[in-house]
Design a protein around this ligand. Structure first.
Ligand code: AMP
Length: 210
C-alpha cells in the first residue's frame, strides 16, 4: 500500500503516520525527518538546507525528490509506505508517479489555522525514541523527560511562533493546491484532524480498508 498524508504543519500527519505504519506494516517516510537527520549529522546537504528549514521555507524539489527516491529503495519499503510531508507542491505531486508508481490513497487532515500555533509551539519530542508530547494536551509524566526512555525532550527549532506562521503561509500558498490535484484524480480522502487521535485513526483505517 502506498499512501500520502497531506495537511498543514501540526495537522497530525506524523502522529497518524506512526500508527498507520504499525497497523499496515508499511514504512513511514517523513521527508522532514530525513532532512533533519542530515542536519544532525552535519552533512553538506544538512548545512545547505538548515537555514531554509529553520525559517519554515521549502527545500528545493531536486534535493527532496532525490532523497525520497533513494529512501524508497530500502528494504522496509517493499510492503509499501506512507509519505508524510511529500509532495509539498504541485510540481512534486506531478513528479511523484515516476518515483513511486500509482498511489493507493491520499489522506488529507483538515485542521483550522487557529489551533495550529498552540499545537505546534507546545510540541516536544524525544530525540532518542521519537515519542511526541505536548506541554498542555499530552504532557509527559515528568516535565521535560520522555516517558518511554527517560531522555530529555527537545523542541524543534522550527516550532516557534514566527516560523509556524510562515510555515502555514507556505502551506496555503504552495501545498494546498496539491489537495485539488489528488481530488481530481479521485484518490483523496478528507478527514477532520481535530479531536481524539484514536477516533481519527479509526476513520482513516475504515476509509483505507473500504
Ligand atoms: P516537516 O517535518 O514535514 O514539517 O518538514 C520540516 C521542513 O522540512 C519543512 O518546513 C521544509 O523546510 C522541509 N521539507 C520537508 N519536506 C519537504 C518537501 N517535500 N519539499 C520541500 N521541503 C520540505
Amino acid at each position: 500500500m502506498k499512501l500520502v498524508l497531506i495537511g498543514c504543519p501540526g495537522a497530525g500527519k506524523g502522529t497518524q503516520a506512526k500508527k498507520l505504519s504499525k497497523y499496515f506494516n508499511i514504512a513511514h517516510i517523513s521527508t522532514g525527518d530525513l532532512l533533519r537527520e542530515q542536519m544532525k549529522q552535519g552533512t553538506e546537504l544538512g548545512k545547505k538546507v538548515s537555514e531554509i528549514m529553520n525559517a519554515g521555507g521549502l527545500v528545493s524539489d531536486d534535493i527532496v525528490s532525490a532523497m525520497l527516491a533513494e529512501r524508497i529503495k530500502e528494504d522496509d519499503c517493499k510492503n509499501g509506505y506512507i509519505l508524510d510531508g511529500y509532495p509539498r507542491n504541485v510540481a512534486q505531486a506531478e513528479g511523484l508517479g515516476a518515483i513511486t508508481g500509482e498511489l493507493d490513497k491520499v489522506v488529507c487532515f483538515n485542521v483550522d489555522d487557529s489551533v495550529i500555533v498552540d499545537r505546534m509551539t507546545g510540541r516536544r519530542g524525544c530525540p532518542k525514541c521519537g515519542q511526541m508530547f505536548h506541554i498542555k494536551y499530552n504532557p509527559p509524566k515528568a516535565e521535560g523527560v520522555c516517558d518511554s526512555c527517560g531522555e530529555a525532550l527537545i523542541q524543534r527549532k522550527d516550532d516557534n511562533e514566527e516560523t509556524v506562521v510562515n510555515r502555514l503561509k507556505v502551506y496555503h500558498e504552495t501545498t494546498a493546491p496539491v489537495i485539488d490535484y489528488y481530488k481530481n484524480k479521485g484518490i483523496l480522502f478528507e478527514v477532520d484532524g481535530t479531536g481524539d487521535i484514536d477516533e481519527i485513526f479509526k476513520k482513516v483505517v475504515a476509509a483505507l480498508e473500504a
